[in-house]
Design a protein around this ligand. Structure first.
Ligand code: HEC
Length: 167
């Protein structure tokens, strides 16, 4: 019995080593080829409304494109929006990214609205700063684009009017 078990264990160990060795690195936050894989969902390279004086490009995957660009319909779980932020009006000097991915209903605390709220360096390393993330994201998206006509499900849909200044 032992003679059968040990080789079986060894071969399963060897197999799992091979499998683990062959695994891709932990899943990436968003694909490197997002510019071609996803669709540009706002006028390319416009000055952001978020007051940091950055120029931005927003990309949507297939699930996010229509709800975002039309401001109607549902963002299904997995729907993804990526904003690339640049220093210059030609959008050549990338400064950072922000990313929102829709999650299953009830996944996050209610104030996070079942979206992920993440910021990344140009090399796609996540910037963890619990003093500001996600709270500053939530404050502004709540105020700026929670619902029509200003936005849709906390996304700041293209062409939506600016909300009135905060009292
Ligand atoms: C001061 C307001 C403000 C803050 C803070 C802010 N955003 Fe936004 N965000 C906007 C506005 C306005 C847009 C619409 C595009 C534009 O004009 O930049 C936007 C666009 C986006 C988009 C593209 C989809 C959309 O909703 O239009 C993503 C993704 C995003 N923000 C994520 C984040 C994350 C994550 C944070 C926090 C790390 C954050 N934002 C902080 C105002 C803000």
């Amino acid at each position: 019995m032992l003679r059968l078990t040990v080789p079986a264990m060894l071969s399963s160990l060897a197999l799992s080593t091979v499998l683990l060795g062959g695994c891709p690195s932990p899943s990436e936050p968003f694909p490197t080829d997002y510019e071609t894989r996803w669709r540009e969902a706002r006028t390319p390279c416009v000055l952001s409304h978020d007051h940091e004086l950055r120029y931005v490009r927003v990309f949507a995957d297939d699930a996010a494109f229509l709800p975002y660009t039309t401001g109607t319909g549902t963002f299904t779980p997995g729907a993804t929006l990526l904003k690339a932020e640049y220093d210059d009006p030609a959008c050549t000097e990338l400064l950072s990214y922000v990313l929102m991915v829709k999650l299953e209903p009830g996944t996050t605390p209610p104030e996070e609205h079942d979206w992920t709220w993440q910021r990344f360096d140009p090399d796609r390393t996540e910037i963890h700063d619990p003093r500001f993330i996600p709270q500053t994201c939530l404050d502004c998206h709540d105020y700026h684009c929670a619902a029509p006509p200003y936005g849709h499900d906390y996304t700041c849909t293209p062409g939506a009017p600016e909300p009135m200044p905060r009292p």
